[in-house]
Ligand binder design. Sequence first.
Ligand code: HSE
Length: 435
Amino acid sequence: MVKPVKVGIVGLGTVGSGTVNVLQRNSAEIASRVGRPIEISHIGARRENPNCNIEGIKVSRDIFAVAADPEVDILVELIGGTTVARDLILQAISNGKHIVTANKALIAEHGNEIFTAAHAKGVDVAFEASVAGGIPILKSLGEGLAANHIKWIAGIINGTGNFILTEMREKGRAFADVLAEAQALGYAEADPTFDVEGIDAAHKLTILASIAYGIPLQFSKVYTEGISNLTTEDVEAAEQFGYRIKHLGIAKDTGNGIELRVHPTMIPHSVLLASVNGVMNAIMVDGDAVGPTLFYGAGAGAEPTASSVVADIIELGRALTADHDERVPYLGFHADAMNPAPVLPIDDVVCPFYIRLHVQDKPGVLADITRILSDNSISIEAMQQKDVDGDAPVPILMMTHSVREADLNAALKKIAALDTVLDEIVRIRVELLTA
Ligand code: HSE
């Protein structure tokens, strides 16, 4: 039996409970990725959380008991704040524990001290969840884009601010009104001025810039301007000029040094970042080799943030486990734990379809087509017949409900054989891309 990696989780709020749930739900897959099981061996929390099941796990009300527990290999700090969290992490490091944290303020403001202590003790500190929640932007910068010189980074890295700007633009709502809703929905920081005055974004930009450029964490040097002075009038005027206002964190290498700034920014409608709405986050990175790239996803929330926390636990688990020449398996999974699931044939794919046909304009044509579809159990969601002049072929456009590809093909073959159906039938698969 392989020895599990033992994890102590401190803080059982939104992200803590999400982390417990993801580790439990995906435990087999995660063990295959790490090469050993991950076991939550100790939880430090002032109170339980009904959103997760911690039956059978040791729980301490004194969170420092987790930092002192000799069983714990990795301490996961999810309490937030920069005072108790700092003491906890420094104590855990002095006890030889590796650290995973989602705490952006702590890393941005005390990261240099924490890394120095960790280096002296020979332990790792991982903090993917501290920037843009579920988007793996730190690993992307530090690994996937490591070949590049990063020219600039521009990111929507505060969901609350983006939600406010989106509501002002789309619904003409006033700033204060939308902020109250963001607080009620649980997006905003405990102190919402962190969101609207750009402090939260500045914490995240500090971390991004250090990883992109290798500079020490320098939160106090970030130029920070909030969105609280913006009015719906500004938002509408920007639109009339062909721009959209976004609250961006920007890091740029000018050749003379690095610009670090957070402020409202007008960006052309045509850039993808302009279409990032609501609480979503997105980060553009321009690398000298790769060119512009865009990373998009949920910047907060229980499981999106847990996705990054658990990725760090997996990374540290691998480092603790693996031979040094195989720290990250080539395909992400260990060679002896590959997934045996088959790759499915296209015939078995099930999805809605868009169909376009050209037919002769005479009675009964549509009835023939819909009969064939219904004989093959294909249901139509929407249909449109276009007006044409004279005897020209009539275009018929249809959206189906979900259908197995092989069944659709069989029906289309029969429809194509009708004398009244002219030209080739066009069909396009539809993916709604909702989570
Ligand atoms: N208050 C933050 C936001 C939470 O709105 O993005 C995630 O860091």
